[in-house]
Write a protein that binds this ligand. Structure first.
Ligand code: NAD
Length: 727
């Protein structure tokens, strides 16, 4: 055995220890499951064994299932998945029944879980199948079922057991929202049984204490806490849960719906039948292409990018001390997340008050956290102690990274570059957080353009997970490595792209916003536009998003783009510009002025589409189908992503997919624009492009690459291979 070992003590307790060789955290493989089953079989059959304790040899219990297991099961089709899942159910059910007589519930050996730390996915489902669940008093440990976040749901009995244990209402946040608990919280919620200093010792004593081991759902007269679906209270719960799920997901995600079906149907039948139902719904979710796409982008590829999949060879570039130029909205956020990561930060603005205000942002952030019990005064003092708010450039003398976040103005930025380069060490890397100005142009102000790079954060910095790293024409490998090592330090997800107008994320989001506005300008009901987007799984409709990011910014970008593009500025932008400039002239700047596409009350609560907008624009009685609106919104984004790939702005489709989901919330269920195109197929995509081009204009013309792939029957992930490099 390699993953699981068993040791039978003189006291008659069989200690089964899970300790995957060469890994810092356990994951369950099929071979591991077989080893665990063999150990349990042997212990149950051994007359000298009085009880069993299952624990981990690591500081944590387990991170979950090895995702290759699901991929392997899938190669055998739906039946393969179902059989694989049923065999896991068989193992966990064997532990739960522990050799008891099925009729009398007599006999059997107590089995306790001794969980030393974090237990996620199958790492939690295994203890849930044991008769008692001890967890170490480790406040850093996280217990939970994160499956829903990658498009699946807990399928190894976690769903059925948690609902039977806690009731539908109490289990819902753990199943549907992947709520995590620390050990105390898990006991309070009823997931674990006891927090103890030494879980193995406690479990050992418990199994020897001749305890009652029949699970409530295996005993006569079991009633589900809170009521099953046919109970009046249970019925209400399901009505509410359905409404909540559809309200949150707009029906775009398959997994929460399948989960609720498994819970509802499972709640009306005996436990073993409920497990079969869970396995059937789990199989349907696994066979849906959305789940593999979500797992690939949000788990595997996200992690690969975070670990430096596209990092050039260079020595360790971790940042010790950095300068942040400009203590405005972005600079303040960048200083906060950097100081939190242990980096010394010099936060510079033109006036001391402005620099102090930037630092005060971090202070307010911690005060809020302390109020909510999520931070402490000591932590606040420690982090604030690392931020030196000043106007003195000499404080940058020993910095190894600069991030500039001053006004979006070439002249101002050039001045800052010159002044900073006069004091920083020759080896220091200099980055700009610009959102629109090409890096190659900004680098002209630098005497060392190979050390000049774009590090583009999204707002609000402390919440947004993506950081876009932009290589200018002359940017060198060490600058890229530095940016990647820094992003890793602050625990965000990087993508690396080449320099072009709006880089990658903004380049794709702008056509989405424009298409939404364009439809309104054509007379399509605004509500239809935003709702169609939500039904696609976009977190925010385009009109609402324009309000959030502000209409004056949209007008500013449109004007600057027009100036930069001159005669190439697309003629079909007229409708959009007309609408946006009109809103701007009306003083409707979006949420910040409490007036935009939407109306807001005095407190800033969004009320509904502004009447004035519908009065002026909604004249089109020939209302388009939802699919038509959705196709326009979707293709506006994905075609831009394909063009970015074709033009070499994007070098790796993994970055395109992960960046789209984390950067602007591109329909996460799809796995990103390239995954979505793979799901519908290049041929279908081209067909829809041709139709959209005919109906709405040349902006929907299928890129050459897509047409070629359609002809050859290729997919993006097939064509660009496992490494997913486009070049
Ligand atoms: P902001 O106006 O809130 O802050 C800019 C700060 O820079 C101000 O505090 C200003 O006093 C300071 N500043 C100006 N000139 C300076 C100088 N010579 N020396 C030192 N400080 C100086 O702007 P912001 O929204 O934080 O944006 C800053 C940069 O980040 C811009 O390049 C912007 O395009 C980019 N960006 C903004 C967002 C966003 O959502 N706001 C997102 C990504 C990137």
């Amino acid at each position: 055995m390699t993953d699981f070992t068993m040791e039978i003590g003189a006291d008659g307790v069989a200690l089964i220890t899970w300790d995957l060789p060469g890994k810092s955290m356990n994951v369950l493989t099929m071979a591991g499951a077989a080893e665990l089953e063999a150990a349990v079989d042997a212990a149950l059959a051994d007359g000298a064994v009085k009880g069993i304790v299952i624990t981990s040899g690591k500081e944590t219990m387990a991170g979950g299932m090895d995702l290759n297991v699901l991929a392997d099961m899938k190669t055998e089709g739906a039946q393969g998945v179902f059989d694989g899942i049923m065999s896991l159910h068989g193992l966990l059910r064997k532990i739960e029944r522990a050799g008891m007589d099925p009729k009398t519930n007599k006999g059997g050996k107590p089995i306790a879980a001794a969980v030393p730390g974090t237990a996620m996915g199958i790492g939690l489902e295994l203890p849930l199948a044991c008769h008692r669940f001890f967890v170490a008093d480790n406040p850093k440990a996280k217990l939970g079922l994160p499956e829903i976040q990658v498009g699946i749901f807990p399928g190894a009995g976690g769903t059925t057991r948690l609902v039977r244990k806690l009731g539908v209402m109490m289990a819902a946040p753990f199943l549907l929202q992947a709520k995590m608990s620390d050990p105390q919280g898990a006991v309070k919620a009823g997931i674990a049984d006891e927090v103890v200093a030494d879980p193995v010792a406690a479990a050992r004593a418990w199994v020897l204490s001749n305890p009652e081991i029949v699970k409530p759902w295996d005993a006569k007269g079991y009633k589900m806490p809170g009521g099953a679906p046919y109970h009046p209270a249970g019925f209400q719960t399901f009505v509410g849960a359905n409404a909540m799920i559809n309200g949150q997901t707009w029906g775009a995600y398959p997994a929460p719906k399948a989960l609720l079906s498994a819970v509802y149907e499972g709640a009306m039948v005996p436990f073993d039948t409920a497990l079969r139902i869970e396995a059937r719904w789990f199989t349907s979710v696994i066979m849906n292409p959305s789940s593999s796409a979500m797992i690939r982008s949000l788990f595997l590829n996200k992690e690969a990018l975070e670990k430096g999949a596209n990092r050039p060879e260079a020595p360790d570039q971790r940042v010790k001390k950095m300068g942040v130029m400009g203590a405005g909205m972005m600079g303040a956020g960048i200083a906060l997340v950097s100081a939190q990561a242990g980096i010394e930060v010099v936060l510079i603005d033109q006036k001391q008050e402005a620099a102090d205000k930037g630092k005060a942002y971090a202070e307010a952030y911690f005060d809020k956290g302390i109020k909510r019990g999520k931070s402490t005064e000591a932590k606040k003092a420690e982090v604030l102690g690392r931020i030196n708010a000043t106007t003195d450039y000499n404080a940058l003398a020993d910095a190894d990274l600069i991030i500039e976040a001053v006004f979006e103005d070439v002249g101002v930025k050039a001045e800052v570059t010159k002044n900073v380069e006069a004091v920083i060490p020759a080896t220091c890397i200099y980055a700009s957080n610009t959102s629109t100005l090409p890096i190659t142009g900004l680098a002209k102000a630098s005497t060392r353009p190979d050390q000049f790079i774009g590090i583009h954060f999204f707002s609000p910095v402390e919440k947004m997970a993506l950081v876009e790293i932009i290589k200018g024409k002359k940017t060198g490998d060490r600058a890229v490595a530095k940016a990647l090592d820094y992003v890793r330090q602050i625990r965000k997800t990087p993508i690396v792209v080449n320099d072009a107008r709006f880089f990658f994320a903004n380049r794709c989001i702008i056509p989405y916003l424009n298409e939404g506005a364009r439809m309104v300008s054509e007379g399509v009901t605004p509500v239809l536009v935003d709702n169609a987007a939500r039904m696609l799984g976009m977190p925010v409709g385009p009109l609402q998003l324009i309000d959030e990011t502000s209409i004056d910014l949209a007008v500013k970008i449109a004007k600057a783009t027009k100036e930069a593009m001159g005669a190439d500025y697309p003629a079909d932008a007229e409708g959009v510009d007309g609408l946006m400039f009109w809103l701007y002239d009306q003083g409707r700047l979006g949420r910040k002025s409490n007036a935009g596409f939407y109306s807001y009350d005095d407190k800033g609560k969004r009320l509904g589409i502004w009447d004035g907008l519908t009065e002026k624009y909604t004249s089109n009685s020939d209302r388009p189908e939802v699919d038509e609106v959705q196709d326009r919104l979707m293709f506006a984004q994905v075609l831009e992503a394909v063009r970015a790939l074709e033009e070499g702005v994007l070098e790796d489709i993994r970055e395109g997919d992960v960046g789209a989901i984390l950067g602007w919330g591109f329909a996460p269920w799809s796995g990103g624009p390239f995954s979505w195109l793979d799901i519908i197929g290049a041929a279908e995509a081209v067909k829809r492009c041709d139709r959209l081009t005919k109906a709405h204009g040349v902006r929907f013309t299928a890129p050459k690459l897509l047409r070629e792939m359609a002809d050859k029957g290729e997919t993006f992930y097939g064509r660009f291979g496992a490494g997913a490099k486009a070049a």
